[in-house]
Design a protein around this ligand. Sequence first.
Ligand SMILES: Nc1ncnc2c1ncn2[C@@H]1O[C@H](COP(=O)(O)OP(=O)(O)OP(=O)(O)O)[C@@H](O)[C@H]1O
Ligand SMILES: [Mg+2]
Ligand SMILES: [Zn+2]
Length: 418
Amino acid sequence: MRMSSLFAPTLKENPQEAEIVSHSFMLRAGMIRQLSSGIYAFLPLGLRTISKITKIIKEEMDRAGGQELLLPALHPGELWKETGRWEVYGPELIRLKDRKDRDFCLGPTHEEVITDLARREIRSYRQLPLLLYQIQTKFRDEIRPRFGVMRAREFIMKDLYSFDRDFEGLEISYQKMYNAYCRIFDRCDLSYEVVPAESGVIGGAVSHEFLVLADSGEEKLLICPTCNFSTTQDEERCPHCGTDLEEKRGIEVGHIFQLGTKYSEPMKAYFVDRDGEEKPLIMGCYGIGIGRTMAAAIEAYHDDKGIQWPLSIAPYEVAIIPINWKNAKQREVAEEIYQESQEKGFEVVVDDREFSAGYKFSEADLIGFPLQVIVGEKMSQEGKIEVKVRKNDQRWEAKKEELFTLLFKLKEELASKA
Ligand SMILES: Nc1ncnc2c1ncn2[C@@H]1O[C@H](COP(=O)(O)OP(=O)(O)OP(=O)(O)O)[C@@H](O)[C@H]1O
Ligand SMILES: [Mg+2]
Ligand SMILES: [Zn+2]
């Protein structure tokens, strides 16, 4: 990609409406724009990171035995009345009428819709266990949409639903998802805590939240510095070792629930078991907020100049920055590196604009390209190219012939350990 044609409208100033860094940097780096309160467009750079997180999630869902499908976003109200959530969900549910005056809503979550599919299509224990997931837009009329895509009214979620014969099966599915979630957040290079949680409106007994630690987080959690026990419940001392718990704040990026028969009973989603008996499906549900994960990564990785993307979810891996585009030699070398790096499989931009070096550097730091290849004076004089690692500001030098050895080495070092 050429920076001269990239649609990334960056902002110099801190936008007034942004209360937290991730919101501010996503706006400033030209990754998102607000259409209306809590409703955002992802621009090309923002969408690239969303797509990378999505790819990691899909790979791990598939690895755990999940199958992707896509359910409708527009739900008939009757389904929600069957489970009682038409009332329970309250004003967060966005309701509408069709031309025949029938009730509809925009899906904030999909238990009703998937259970309806399951009751019509799952007949026998032979079809179980079944893990179905989707990556989809959800709608919730949040009382306080804020922090950009972190708490939005329209947002992208991965939701998986598990169907089992019995509670032992559910335990296995739940553990698979738990492990898959750990792999996903590890691959996104995020450090997180897994805490037993209240299950709220969605219901069920066992539930865990995946929280990324950040001062701006809306969730309070208590961590034991000795044995790593963590909880969101009010407790003073660790129940395992008695140490005083430390208070931290976290961002809920993922949430998993054992639902049991909460939806299958009222919606009569039964199957015929091996013993010939009709039994309700035993369900679980598992969600990850994709936009919120992106924002949490920025909360975790930034400095005062901008974002410090982990390589695994950066919109591009490498930016090539010739400091003077009018200099024919710099331009030629930059173009060669640009071509070769694409051939070698790097995701790369070249800054082919006639702006000052300072402007180009600060924009590259704002957007947060993990590796920056600087073609400047040293190149003309000593034939050397500089490589900067955004995350720690380390600088390296290489002759052009050795540049790719260096880039591969740095890429290897930055690659997530998961
Ligand atoms: N308004 C929102 N904007 C962006 N992401 C969201 C929003 N609400 C939920 N999510 C994401 O979807 C995931 C699964 O949804 P779930 O219903 O478990 O959220 P929740 O418990 O309502 O979250 P919260 O307590 O933050 O409102 C959450 O873990 C979060 O990452
Ligand atoms: Mg909520
Ligand atoms: Zn402890």
